[in-house]
Structure formats: structure tokens, C-alpha cells
Design a protein around this ligand. Structure first.
Ligand SMILES: [Zn+2]
Length: 53
């Protein structure tokens, strides 16, 4: 099964830091390998696909 390679923006809702990562889109969720923010937050994150066309 093919997966879509996408750029993903992860924004930390705790400290506001943003991360732009390459990941895969699978069944409506994103697999980026992202573990946690620099502030140790790993749960309160806003994740969205980054479309820079
Ligand atoms: Zn953070």
C-alpha cells in the first residue's frame, strides 16, 4: 500500500515552538517520528499538513 510523503507542521501548544518535518500520511494520521518538544511536551500538540505550493 502506498503512503503519501508530506511535510508536516507540528506546533507545541505548551511553548509555541514549531517544527517542520517530513513524514508519511497514513490512514488520516501522520507518521513523522516526532517524539517530543524541546519543553518535554509530547501530548499537547497541533499537527497539520504543510502545503507550500
Ligand atoms: Zn513545547
Amino acid at each position: 500500500m502506498e503512503t503519501d510523503r508530506v511535510k508536516v507542521i507540528i506546533r507545541c501548544n505548551v511553548c509555541g515552538e514549531k517544527f517542520v518535518l517530513r513524514g508519511r500520511k497514513e490512514r488520516g494520521s501522520f507518521d513523522t517520528g516526532f517524539k517530543q518538544c524541546i519543553c518535554s511536551n509530547s501530548e499537547d500538540l497541533h499537527i497539520e499538513e504543510y502545503n507550500a505550493l
